[in-house]
Design a protein. Structure first.
Length: 217
């Protein structure tokens, strides 16, 4: 049995997508080009805020946060409401998600992507809509009496999701690197297609795809 998730890919950054450096759009495009059956949705900082405003109590926390923890809260809320795949802007897709889910098998509520050393992260995950697990994480974001360091949206996700019984761990299909914040080489990036590793540029050429389909300049 193959897990069924809403086929939506979510990404966010502080700026409008057309204002982002070209290499970030190249990275984002790996999700689009390798997953033609999935819908791609990008939210900037203004759109993120509009999403969170519907959660009045959580918004009281959100509006005082820096952009990174704001993005954490948004990704939990948007994937709780709609489900799908969340990917950081410095994460590139190396393998079609449908193939990844086929390999995982079963019917997990969420799929998480540990770092190479096995440590937890919230940079990439796939979750079902209205997931009780994600609801638990969202509820943890509600305001509380002040306790030093009580608010840790990244740590809350890792400690909750990685210990949850119906969560699968994915060790391939995503390349998450801080290097991508500065650069990304289309002609050096390796992907896997139909069980075969190949240069991403060759994949683009063979399928007549653009490396930056999210921009039109």
């Amino acid at each position: 049995m193959t897990a069924t998730f809403p086929k939506i890919i979510w990404q966010t950054h502080n700026h409008k997508q057309e204002w982002l450096p070209l290499h970030l759009n190249h990275i984002a495009a790996t999700w689009v080009n390798l997953n033609p059956g999935w819908e791609y949705r990008y939210f900037d900082q203004v759109q993120r805020e509009e999403t969170v405003k519907k959660y009045t109590e959580i918004y009281e926390v959100y509006k005082y946060l820096m952009p990174i923890p704001q993005a954490d809260l948004w990704r939990y809320i948007i994937t709780y409401e709609h489900g799908g795949c969340y990917a950081d802007m410095d994460s590139a897709c190396t393998k079609p998600l449908d193939f990844v889910l086929d390999e995982i098998g079963g019917d997990p509520e969420m799929v998480v992507v540990p770092e190479h050393d096995g440590s937890g992260n919230n940079a990439n995950f796939i979750v079902k809509a209205n997931s009780p697990l994600m609801k638990q994480i969202v509820d943890t974001m509600l305001p509380k009496p002040f306790i030093q360091d009580f608010f840790n949206p990244w740590g809350t996700f890792v400690s909750t999701a990685y210990e949850y019984p119906n969560v699968s761990k994915l060790y391939n299909g995503v390349s998450h690197s801080l290097d991508y914040k500065r650069d990304f080489h289309v002609d050096k990036f390796i992907i896997e297609q139909n069980g075969k590793k190949m240069l991403y540029k060759d994949f683009l050429d063979q399928n007549q795809l653009r490396s930056n389909p999210l921009r039109h300049d």
